[in-house]
Design a protein around this ligand. Structure first.
Ligand SMILES: CCCCCCCCCCCC/C=C/CC(=O)SCCNC(=O)CCNC(=O)[C@H](O)C(C)(C)COP(=O)(O)OP(=O)(O)OC[C@H]1O[C@@H](n2cnc3c(N)ncnc32)[C@H](O)[C@@H]1OP(=O)(O)O
Length: 286
């Protein structure tokens, strides 16, 4: 019953490209904000975000990421490693400019594609890992928590600091955080708007390992993906999705409701004032 409903829900977001032959993965279908490199020996695909200066999740980057995840999954790569081609920032999270005094239709599209991206990553059938080679605040952290394993480089920060700017997060974003960290730590960190240093993130279990360089991080992610070699891939995928069922059901059950709540909240003076101050703060930093 659970499995059938899960498979039913998953069909809604199944990649549409799966019937095509995609042995040589390219980003022809998107606008080049991501790159995919497949290691011929291991069969593992590295998906890099490549939107200077800080990989903000714009509509285009999110579209590219979804296309790329679908391509990698359809091509039956052995695993997916998400990383950044910027050596200081993994991702700065959602594009704040899209949230400030937004055009209402575009905001709806923006939030819907963010939901799609999280679902694509969270339910990706193959093993996933994040090589976090730079700062990963807010939605940058949420993307990393949607992966199955996290390796991070030293001297960066990761976490969801939304409350600092009077932002809230959706329940499914919170559940993503909570799928990695104990609830009491999530509750405290969200309420504090805490960004964890690499070392703190390791100590609480937000990340699994620290790496000395990006090359090492990619190797550690690949080693994690290799740990599934003895598992039957279909059984593994179904098991992963069953384990994640309660996290995604919250969103799949009422995507329209989540969209409405978020759009309403983003339009409040509380949110808009907090965002305006945050954007000023980013400018003044210079
Ligand atoms: C009651 C029921 C309610 C139900 C639920 C309601 C839910 C409501 C939803 C509300 C939305 C909440 C969603 C939150 C998720 C998010 O992801 S929001 C994004 C948050 N991200 C940030 O705050 C990160 C901000 N950036 C930084 O901290 C730094 O840039 C950095 C540490 C990532 C990197 O620092 P550095 O390398 O020094 O670069 P900068 O000089 O700071 O930045 C370069 C350049 O980029 C601009 N920029 C940075 N981040 C963003 C961003 N997220 N969006 C847009 N632009 C960004 C920055 O301003 C610089 O621009 P200029 O060069 O000055 O033009």
């Amino acid at each position: 019953m659970l499995r059938n409903s899960l498979i039913g829900s998953l069909r809604q977001i199944k990649p549409i490209l799966c019937s095509q032959s995609l042995r040589s993965l390219s980003n022809g279908a998107n606008s080049g904000l991501t790159t995919i490199e497949v290691d011929d020996k291991s069969g593992i695909a590295t998906l890099s975000m490549n939107l200077p200066p800080v990989n903000t999740l714009t509509l285009n980057l999110m579209h590219d990421l979804i296309d790329s995840i679908n391509q990698i999954e359809c091509n039956k790569s052995r695993g997916l490693i998400l990383t950044s081609s910027n050596d200081k920032v993994f991702s700065a999270g959602l594009d704040l400019k899209e949230l400030y005094k937004p055009d209402q239709e575009r905001l709806k599209e923006f939030w819907t594609i963010f939901q799609d991206l999280w679902l694509a990553l969270h339910l990706c059938g193959i093993p996933t890992a994040a090589a976090i080679n730079g700062h990963a605040p807010a939605a940058g952290c949420i993307m990393a928590t949607a992966c199955e394993y996290r390796v991070m480089l030293p001297d960066f920060v990761i976490g969801v600091h939304a409350t600092r700017f009077s932002f809230l997060v959706s329940k499914w974003m919170m559940l993503s955080y909570q799928s990695v960290l104990p609830r009491r730590i999530v509750e405290r960190a969200l309420n504090q708007g805490k960004l964890f240093s690499t070392q703190e993130a390791l100590e609480v279990g937000l990340i699994d390992e620290v790496a000395g360089s990006k090359k090492e991080a990619l190797a550690q992610c690949a080693a994690f993906i290799g740990t599934f070699d003895k598992a039957n891939p279909i059984a593994r995928t179904l098991t992963k999705r069953m384990c994640r069922d309660s996290d995604v059901t919250e969103l799949l059950r009422d995507r329209a409701g989540d969209l409405r709540a978020c759009v309403d909240y983003i339009n409040t003076p509380l949110f808009q004032e907090g965002l305006s101050a945050h954007l000023e703060g980013l400018k003044e930093k210079k």
